[in-house]
Design a protein around this ligand. Structure first.
Ligand code: MN
Length: 227
């Protein structure tokens, strides 16, 4: 096929223990999925799951240095369990939803918190607060192979100082419930990534600082924010 401009490269993520890579189709993110973080953001912990998205090419490899993004003075870290979807579908029942998971990773939902706060106040979309270039650092994906983490420590440190520490068991909506809910709104597709929300302790990261984080048994991520 002829294209009028060069087609974009396929975004992808490394796979733990393999040279093959996971192709990324879309990135969905769950808002406020840990009660203590919902409260620190001024929300109600009982509200149903809601979703926003990032471009597929926002993924960044662990180990990378990334420039401090433009248009913000309040870049925040949010460490999250990421679900890599291997099989798609719509109206997926909760009981069968984990069969659609290919693997798991640890990711950071980088957020331009000042833009998000202004958008919330004005009732405007979050897109550019969340879905900017290089806003989705992610560890290599660990194949699930039938093992789905329902509990385990999730953490993030800035320059070695612990900022976020939680447990997957404190998620308000489980991975299965999240995928089922998302599949009622869009046709879930192979290659989709789902960031499943962050525990409390979100905060700013400054130029020159290094973020390290992980989900026990799943993976670890390290990125440096350049000046
Ligand atoms: Mn988030």
């Amino acid at each position: 096929m002829d294209f009028v401009i060069a087609p974009p490269a396929q975004p992808s993520v490394a796979v733990a223990g393999s040279d093959a890579r996971f192709p990324v189709r879309r990135i969905f993110c769950v808002g406020r999925n840990y009660a203590a973080h919902a409260r620190e953001m001024g929300g109600d912990e009982r509200e149903p799951p809601f979703f926003f998205s990032k471009p597929a090419d926002a993924v960044v490899e662990s180990g990378a240095s990334i420039p401090y993004p433009p248009d913000t003075t309040d870049l925040h870290h949010e460490i999250e369990l990421v679900v890599a979807v291997g099989r798609g579908g719509s109206d997926i029942p909760v009981e069968a939803a984990l069969d659609n998971v290919w693997g798991y990773a640890a990711g950071i939902d980088l957020t331009r918190r000042d833009l998000q706060a202004a958008a919330k106040k004005a009732g405007k979309p979050w897109d550019l607060a969340k879905g900017f270039d290089r806003s989705a650092p992610i560890s290599p994906i660990r194949p699930a192979a039938g093992a789905h983490p329902g509990a385990g420590r999730i953490w993030l440190a800035v320059d070695g100082a612990m900022r976020q520490e939680g447990d997957l068991r404190d998620m308000i909506w489980s991975v299965a419930e999240t995928l089922a809910a998302l599949s009622r709104s869009v046709i879930l597709q192979p290659g989709d990534l789902v960031f499943t929300g962050t525990p409390e302790g979100v905060g700013p990261v400054a130029r020159g600082q290094t973020l390290t984080g992980g989900v026990d048994g799943v993976g670890e991520i390290r990125v440096r924010i350049d000046g």
